[in-house]
Ligand binder design. Structure first.
Ligand SMILES: C[S@@+](CC[C@H](N)C(=O)[O-])C[C@H]1O[C@@H](n2cnc3c(N)ncnc32)[C@H](O)[C@@H]1O
Length: 218
């Protein structure tokens, strides 16, 4: 298992942490946690403020293809796939791969990329609805931290179970007090977030052997 940022080709976002903290009412949090239209395509206060395909995953999946030495017909699962943008780009980069995605959001799946829609299921990350050792690569970007601690641990064990050994996750974390303060201002939907060293201990305690990186509010 390695700590590695495979998403560093993503454009960097400027975030106004104080504005988010001031706008984050219990009602906004309630709406965001429904993972419906408000979260994806509603006001920025509630989430993405418009979750649109822009091809940014292409460079990431190319990097994953090389880093994990994926065969052209690899089977790939995205846990918390949203509208399937990353899986769409996997199909663009590796046309012979097979893709699968799960997400709790009926809204996201209804509005998902037509190219991958047939391969997406509404499901929570624990348990994952697939047999053991089903996938050459399991990816989960900024999703499993939305589960409360015990369920989050279970989802990591599920990722471990359904993968043939290669997986990559990113979760909310901090490395210092300022990043912690910023993250606490920023989080809308996450239930499980901690210092990077605590995540590493958790991975080891529950037997998660995949690679990982962080959503850092710096
Ligand atoms: C921040 S979005 C990330 C979406 C996508 N992975 C990306 O990076 O663009 C978090 C995603 O986690 C999904 N999610 C929340 N709780 C979940 C759960 N229990 N199981 C699976 N997905 C969940 C949400 O619906 C949402 O699509």
């Amino acid at each position: 298992m390695s700590e590695i940022n495979l998403l560093n080709t993503h454009p960097t976002a400027k975030r106004n942490y104080d504005k988010r903290a001031a706008e984050k009412t219990p009602e906004i949090i309630r709406l965001a946690k429904q993972f419906g239209k408000d979260f994806f395509d509603g006001d920025r206060k509630c989430g993405y403020g418009g979750y649109k395909y822009d091809g940014r995953w292409k460079a990431v999946v190319e990097r994953m293809r090389q880093y994990y030495n994926l065969p052209s017909n690899a089977a790939i699962l995205d846990v918390g796939c949203g509208k399937g943008f990353m899986l769409h780009d996997f199909k663009e980069v590796m046309p012979n791969c097979s893709v699968a995605g799960i997400d709790v959001s009926e809204y996201a799946l209804e509005h998902s990329m037509p190219s991958v829609k047939p391969f997406l299921k509404v499901a929570s990350a624990e348990p994952l609805p697939y047999p053991d050792n089903s996938f050459d690569l399991v990816v989960s970007i900024n999703s499993i931290h939305n589960l409360p601690l015990e369920a989050c641990k279970k989802s990591l064990q599920e990722i471990e179970r359904v993968s043939k050994g290669k997986s990559y996750i990113t979760v909310d974390a901090w490395r210092n007090d300022l990043e912690r303060e910023n993250l606490l201002k920023w989080v809308l939907t996450a239930e499980t977030y901690m210092h990077v060293n605590d995540w590493k201990k958790l991975f080891s305690n529950i037997g998660f052997t995949g690679d990982y990186y962080w959503f850092i509010a710096d």
